[in-house]
Design a protein. Structure first.
Length: 136
């Protein structure tokens, strides 16, 4: 897995050890899926293939203390009915943004890995054109 800027990643989590431990568990889960790029922004860390499919962010950065250490945001093509989601919104028809509060690395479990896989698969680049079909 390619991380665009390790120094920026370290700076993003500087002084937020709980958030970093959860992110590291999340990062391992995403890395196990296959080719993925990690982009660090000022407000979040994005996991991408051809397009972004998941984001990790620290809510206390914007909402103040007393918030969970990390929130995972996952883009799916369906509304998942799990009660674990803090919020699910449909910003565009057929595109659902799911927000999951994470309090400990152990919460990056099989269910979370399944959601990440689903989002990761949808973010893949289109398959190459079949030259045999184009020749017809």
């Amino acid at each position: 897995m390619e991380i665009q800027d390790r120094e920026a990643l370290d700076a993003f989590f500087a002084g937020h050890d709980d958030s970093r431990r959860i992110f590291d568990a999340l990062h391992r889960a995403v890395a196990a899926l296959g080719e993925t790029e990690v982009r660090v922004g000022t407000s979040q860390v994005a996991f991408r293939r051809k397009r972004p499919f998941a984001w990790a962010w620290r809510p206390e950065q914007y909402l103040g203390p007393g918030r969970p250490p990390l929130v995972l945001t996952v883009g799916l093509r369906r509304r998942d009915g799990s009660t674990r989601w803090k919020e699910v919104v449909e910003p565009a028809r057929g595109r659902f943004t799911h927000h999951l509060e994470l309090h400990a690395p152990e919460e990056v479990d099989e269910q979370v890995r399944g959601w990440l896989r689903e989002a990761w698969e949808r973010a893949a680049p289109p398959p190459p054109a079949d030259p045999a079909v184009e020749a017809d």
